[in-house]
Design a protein around this ligand. Structure first.
Ligand code: 0L1
Ligand code: MG
Length: 257
């Protein structure tokens, strides 16, 4: 199988926002290693077209999501500059079937890259923690995929928004931060930071370990989306999503055509 051709196929569907068939239907022998290679090649294509790597996301960090995809370990994806929303507004044009989930983003101040990393190393290397929102969007028909498919599709990365206020890593018990998500005024999800691998710092530890297997590192200034604190909720044009982070303020996002 030609991984470069598969990467080009996915990149095209990401660019056009058109659903595609799962790669594993055509190539059942694709492995997770192939899938991360396809992800890297896809992103290299976007970088060659002028985009830039601004960070990483962890996905499948909650037990519920791992069970739904039948895996035991989270996955990672790459965040590009073009994915960051500068205003709390999402246009669904060019997206397939977007969903929203609350997250805590870590912003790095120091390089981090080691298999032996500890939570203490992460705290030392973190500039701040920011309440954030991720809009995921699988390029696969019906939002249905295997682990291999979703890794190749950059872990369903689409858009993200970081709140205006960053907090010192020591300002909160991040595992105990409660979150209430409302859509059009109705409560649709509630959760707490502990939904992310027990504590969001563990997500950064695990990401660093996973990246170090590929000789990749977290660079200063990079953003890490640590994982969804609740289930992801579908959004359509006209929706208003409000996410309250207990004691840390709320984000309100408007969804348009
Ligand atoms: O951010 C996430 O947890 C998404 C990972 C991929 C699985 C999905 O699209 O739900
Ligand atoms: Mg996420």
């Amino acid at each position: 199988m030609d991984l470069e051709e598969l990467a080009k196929r996915i990149a095209e569907h990401q660019r056009r926002g058109v659903a595609m068939k799962k790669l594993t239907l055509e190539y059942p022998d694709l492995t997770v290693e192939h899938a991360y290679r396809i992800q890297a090649l896809t992103v290299e294509g976007h970088l060659a077209a002028g985009d830039r790597l601004v960070g990483w996301k962890m996905g499948l960090t909650s037990r519920a999501k791992q069970v739904s995809v039948g895996v035991e370990e989270p996955i990672y994806g790459r965040l590009l500059g073009s994915m960051e929303l500068r205003e709390p507004r999402l246009s669904v044009s060019g997206l397939v079937h977007p969903r929203v989930e609350p997250e805590l983003a870590f912003v790095m101040k120091e390089r981090l890259g080691s298999k032996a990393v500890t939570p203490r190393d992460v705290w030392n290397a973190t500039e701040c923690v920011i309440p954030a929102v991720e809009f995921i969007d699988s390029r696969y028909e019906n939002f249905s995929f295997t682990l291999v498919d979703v890794v190749a599709d950059n872990a369903s990365s689409s858009k993200f928004y970081l709140g205006d206020q960053g907090f010192s890593p020591y300002d909160a018990r991040w595992d105990e931060v409660g979150v209430v998500m409302r859509k059009n005024g109705a409560v649709v999800q509630t959760g707490a930071g502990a939904a992310v691998l027990g504590h969001p710092v563990r997500s950064v530890v695990m990401l660093t370990q996973m990246l170090s297997r590929e000789d990749l590192v977290l660079e200063p200034g990079m953003v890490v989306l640590t994982g969804g604190i609740t289930e992801a909720i579908p959004v359509t044009a006209g929706d208003v999503v409000q996410i309250a982070f207990d004691g840390l303020g709320a984000l309100e996002l408007r969804i348009s055509e």
